[in-house]
Design a protein around this ligand. Structure first.
Ligand code: UD1
Length: 420
């Protein structure tokens, strides 16, 4: 078990390169189940969630090799189950459901169950598969889905679910006929998955908008593909620049993926310029209070809410942050308060009474992936030493964050810790 130790109070200056996007790599890895052959993926982030997806594919009979560049040979698939032991550590395991049913006509996937940031049901994934002709039963904590061949359907999502849209889009690629998905998630990772599926020979139009049309085909072939940069990792480094009064060039950030974050950072007083191949982000002194409400893309990402809360703790005056996507996603609040932050939570809204320079180092506990990133940011700006425990949450989604922060001038170390 490891912990991260940070001596705070240093402005971060320099250049950083983003890793591939976790939330794009996971569905793309799952999509290899739709093919019969060797897919080669580059710019895959080296993260525990990616290794979990790799293990899952291996359990099903795929050969998965490499780090960074990953080869998946899907020719040996012979098992159709995602066991509880893996699904409980990573909800995105459910992404194998759609491809398995579409290609093999059967799948048995453990229900993810509750998680730290809320109940997170998968009813929309299941309703969509049923509408496409799958028989779906829940038995002993598992979803069991079967069909001869899925058929196209007109699907309307009650809510724009990201992995739900991805699951149904993948399933529809091998269904007979046309599928439409209304109120689809518009996240760049959905668009990226569609790009890969189309390379494989699928016919997907409209991904990246709220209306996706998929014409089913009989089979898909393996591809080579480089994964897009991680916009959430990018946003985290942008906040790191502003909150420490630093100056960071995020060399491969895609500005069109970061619009909502850029707007909020500019409103806080930060200077952000698009430079060739990246974004330069500078803190300019006093931070203005924030007014943020999370929303599906292109709105402000829930995955950046905790990090922006740290920025709000350094603002001059009260900020209002509303979480509309997940219940129970304020677990970082109590830890930030232990570092001296003044935050009141009223239902879905947190009121952050900012005080520049008001955070002090403390020993804090990471509770989920993005909450742990917020504690790292808080440690970078706090006076004194911060220790962040349970960094396995961080390792699910940030590749070697301490190794990327050190060259920017951060005093940060990963050290062995006793206990959890
Ligand atoms: C994905 C991202 C996660 C991000 C989230 C929201 C991946 C691997 N994970 O998670 O990082 O925080 O999008 O941007 O891409 N819902 C239902 N029924 C369903 C599915 C979802 O009610 O069947 C609800 C959820 O409870 C939630 C909302 O829809 O309130 C959005 O969740 P969803 O987009 O599905 O999140 P994930 O795809 O799990």
């Amino acid at each position: 078990m490891y912990k991260i130790v940070i001596e705070g109070g240093r402005p971060l200056v320099g250049e950083v390169t983003l890793s591939g996007a976790k939330n794009a790599a996971l569905p793309i890895l799952a999509s290899t189940l739709l093919t019969n052959g060797v897919t080669v993926l580059t710019n895959v982030p080296d993260l525990s969630d990616v290794r979990t997806m790799g293990r899952l594919l291996q359990l099903m009979g795929a050969e998965v090799t490499g780090r960074g560049t990953i080869k998946v040979d899907s020719r040996g698939i012979h098992a159709f189950e995602a066991p509880y032991e893996l699904v409980k550590t990573m909800r995105a395991s459910v992404l194998v459901l759609g491809p398995m049913v579409a290609r093999f006509g059967r799948a048995r996937v453990s229900l993810p169950g509750g998680c730290a940031i809320g109940t997170r049901p998968i009813d929309l994934h299941l309703d969509g598969l049923k509408a496409m002709g799958a028989q779906v039963d829940l038995r002993q904590g598992y979803v069991e889905a079967r069909c001869k061949r899925l058929h196209g359907a007109d699907l309307v999502l009650r809510q724009p679910t990201v992995t739900g849209t991805e699951n149904l889009m993948m399933a529809a690629c091998l269904a007979k006929g046309r599928t439409t998905i209304e109120n689809a998630a518009r996240e760049p990772e959905v668009e990226e998955l569609a790009r890969v599926l189309n390379k494989m020979g699928a016919v997907v139009r409209g991904a990246g908008t709220s209306y996706i049309v998929i014409e089913g085909v009989d089979d898909l072939h393996p591809v080579e593909h480089a994964v897009i940069p991680d916009r959430i990792e990018g946003g985290t480094f942008m906040v790191a620049a502003v909150v420490t009064g630093g100056d960071i060039l995020v060399t491969n950030a895609l500005p069109e993926h970061c619009d909502a974050m850029i707007q909020k950072l500019r409103a806080s007083g930060a200077d952000i310029q698009a430079e060739t191949g990246g974004l330069r982000v500078r803190g300019t002194g006093a931070i203005a209070p924030l007014d943020i409400s999370t929303a599906p893309f292109p709105g402000f990402p829930t995955d950046m809410q905790a990090q922006f809360m740290v920025l709000a703790t350094q603002a001059v005056g009260p900020s209002v942050i509303t979480e509309t996507i997940f219940e129970n996603r304020f677990m970082h609040v109590s830890e930030l308060c232990r570092m001296g932050a003044d935050i009141e939570v009223r239902g879905k809204t947190a009121i952050v009474h900012g005080e520049p320079g008001g955070l002090q180092g403390a020993t804090v506990m990471a509770t989920d992936l993005r909450a742990s990133a917020s504690l790292i940011l808080a440690g970078l700006v706090a006076k004194g030493t911060t220790e962040v425990l349970r960094v396995y949450h961080l390792d699910r989604g940030y590749e070697a964050i301490e190794k990327k922060l050190t060259p920017l001038g951060a005093a940060i170390w990963r050290v062995r810790a006793d206990g959890p």
